[in-house]
Design a binder for this molecule. Sequence first.
Ligand SMILES: N[C@@H](CCC(=O)N[C@@H](CS)C(=O)NCC(=O)O)C(=O)O
Length: 81
Amino acid sequence: MIQLYIQHSCPFCQKVLRAAREMGLTEGKHYMVIDSAPGTPGRAAVLKIGGDSMVPFLVDGDTAMYESLDIISYLQEHGRT
Ligand SMILES: N[C@@H](CCC(=O)N[C@@H](CS)C(=O)NCC(=O)O)C(=O)O
């Protein structure tokens, strides 16, 4: 399942979550949200996997990416598969 590393106070993260909802994707079915505020295990995982401490961050199998607009495009293409 697609993992979205999200800091809820981050406007770019909120943009991704809003886009996912507008696409009709369902948390827990099409994607899971991992709390990744600074200091959380989620943020540590972002740094470990991606090499950069920045959110939003998406992981889907071997695919990992930063950048809200790229993540939204990825969800449009792969969100339901
Ligand atoms: N251009 C990026 C901007 C993302 C961004 O600036 N995220 C902030 C949180 S709102 C961040 O992770 N800053 C680094 C930090 O918190 O250490 C995007 O569109 O995803």
